[in-house]
Design a protein around this ligand. Sequence first.
Ligand SMILES: [Fe+2]
Length: 132
Amino acid sequence: MITLTKDMEIGVPKIDAQHKELVDRLNAVTSMGARSVTKEETKKTLDLLGAYIIKHFGDEEALQKQSGYPNYEAHRKQHQIYINEFKKLKEEFEANGTSAKFTLHLNHSMIQWIVKHIKTVDAEFGKYYRNK
Ligand SMILES: [Fe+2]
């Protein structure tokens, strides 16, 4: 489980609210592994997460483009990497359910990755956006 801590706020209200929702959706997937839920329910929770990742990145990229953010392309590439990691997570789920490998991938490539991304890459954009 992750909590959106103060040091994860980037100072752009719309993006901060979306990060909160993203964290909630990641936590929803985490809690699936701990409870005994049907494969269908886990699949639905994963699909909601996937849809929200796309929506959030799209909105964040639009804000960057619209504000003339110079690191837009590099930032977008990071988002593509994350989308790919999500695809791998889904494949892992379809092949073996919520296995140990799935949990490891979720914790490492999805949760730790996004926390770091928010604290560094997104924070950098937040700083630019607030000062422009
Ligand atoms: Fe980002």
